[in-house]
Design a protein around this ligand. Structure first.
Ligand SMILES: [Zn+2]
Length: 78
């Protein structure tokens, strides 16, 4: 027999772009096209040993900042 306890979980309610401050919620059409990144830097990292790095960008800023390196293909090609 399994026994259970209650727990509280957090759910992302919004994301504010670190570059342009645009606020997106999961209800926005382009919510899934933004970029959120969180990493703990490793040994000898360019970000510093053990430092936490994080970034949230809206889709427009992802395209403006990273656009030249993003590989975009049409749904028929995927
Ligand atoms: Zn932005």
């Amino acid at each position: 027999m399994l026994e259970y306890t209650t727990q509280t979980t957090l759910k992302v309610a919004a994301s504010v772009c670190d570059r342009c401050q645009r606020r997106l919620t999961p209800e926005d059409m382009d919510w899934h096209e933004g970029l959120s990144l969180f990493r703990i830097a490793g040994y000898a990292s360019v970000f510093g040993d053990g430092n936490a790095i994080s970034l949230d960008l809206c889709p427009e800023c992802v395209k403006e900042v990273l656009g030249q390196w993003i590989r975009i293909s049409s749904p028929e090609v995927q």
